[in-house]
Design a protein around this ligand. Structure first.
Ligand SMILES: *[C@@H]1O[C@H](CO)[C@@H](O)[C@H](O)[C@H]1NC(C)=O
Ligand SMILES: *[C@@H]1O[C@H](CO)[C@@H](O)[C@H](O)[C@H]1NC(C)=O
Ligand SMILES: *[C@@H]1O[C@H](CO)[C@@H](O)[C@H](O)[C@H]1NC(C)=O
Length: 118
């Protein structure tokens, strides 16, 4: 993981009590209502990298590895199998869909590209 190349981060912020969640990224912020889905996309063009990894970082829990896409195999971590949906191709682009966003999903989400160590 040390050599993983961080492409960008996106912040999902759900304001307690407000019923809305904002996703801060480029292009423009996306406002989500609680219980809607939030989709975060990520792409790279490093030809030797065949994996896209997803991490969640929140102040309370620190970094949590959420899963990865290796070529077209989708590998969410056990604890996230119902919370997220992965799609894409690790060699070029991927998306992370968060089902039913709630206050607990407020975090900075990191996408990283990585290569398979032989
Ligand atoms: C990858 O994309 C970046 C930004 O779009 C571009 O500057 C760079 O030249 C591209 N690299 C390759 C190897 O295509
Ligand atoms: C990846 O890129 C292809 C071609 O540009 C596009 O059709 C596809 O929707 C993208 N997939 C994701 C998960 O972003
Ligand atoms: C948020 O996390 C707290 C503490 O882990 C938990 O008690 C609560 O049920 C969670 N709320 C939702 C909506 O998942």
């Amino acid at each position: 993981m040390i050599n993983a190349f961080i492409i960008f981060s996106v912040t999902l912020l759900c304001l307690p009590g407000s019923g809305v969640c904002s996703v801060f990224q480029t292009p423009p912020d996306l406002i989500k209502n609680l219980n809607e889905i939030a989709e975060i996309k990520c792409a790279h063009n490093v030809s030797s990298y065949d994996r896209i990894l997803w991490y969640k970082h929140s102040q309370d829990t620190g970094f949590t590895f959420m899963g990865y896409i290796f070529a077209t195999s989708l590998k969410p971590e056990e604890e996230f199998t119902t919370k997220i949906k992965l799609s894409g191709d690790g060699s070029k682009n991927g998306s992370l869909t968060i089902n039913s966003v709630s206050v607990n999903d407020s975090a900075v989400y990191y996408c990283a590209a990585y290569y398979t160590v032989l």
